[in-house]
Write a protein that binds this ligand. Sequence first.
Ligand code: ZN
Length: 262
Amino acid sequence: MSAPPLFHLTRGQAPLFVSFPHSGTYIPPEIAARMTPVALTTPDTDWHVPKLYSFLDALGASRIEATHSRYVVDLNRPPDDKELYAGQKKTGLVPTDTFKGEPLYGDGEALTGEEVIARRKYWQPYHDALAQELSRLKAIHGSVILWDAHSIESVLPSLFEGRLPDLNLGTFDNKSCDKDIADATFAAAQATGFNAVLNARFKGGFITRNYGAPKKGVNAVQLEMAQTIYMDEGPPFTYRPDKAAKVTTAIRTMIAAAMEAL
Ligand SMILES: [Zn+2]
């Protein structure tokens, strides 16, 4: 298999840009050769998330979708690898174990600091493209919604207590998004029938925090979802269309509310 491009970017004309930083599963062969069998099954992928957003083209939205696994580099972490969530388990720029604590690299294959720094070559192009497309949309519309789309296994004791709520909206305590837009989006989330929280455990990762600047016209919202609402958690991570339809409707409703309040 030849290497795919690092990401796929689709340009639209609406003031809406959706980012999918963790949905890729590709691992370059020279990295894969050093990894453990469990790493190669990429269990911590934000599985099937772009599929849940199939309505974006109809809205005229722009989208950027990573092809490479978060195990290659985590696009939602700062390039200097500073801690995002103080006091909690660190999930770094270049992960060394799964969310469940299983090592990603084989014995004697631990990465050196230099190798970690070298992984930025997989990080930078996504961010360059993201920044450029945001500027283009801002030039057209003045202000835009940047929606960072995620999902995660619903029970992960190393990362959070108990079972994660279905819909976890994050606006970095409204520092990344206008408060009225955040409130309208959250109200729509609460009306979906799923349980929803705003700025709880997942307040927004690097993408939300770095690009969100409501006074400068970028309203960034992160949506983290519990995977159990649309798929079978655990291998082989099967997509469940019977459950997913309702999730797609919920996402569409939330995005419509955000756009309405823009
Ligand atoms: Zn994610």
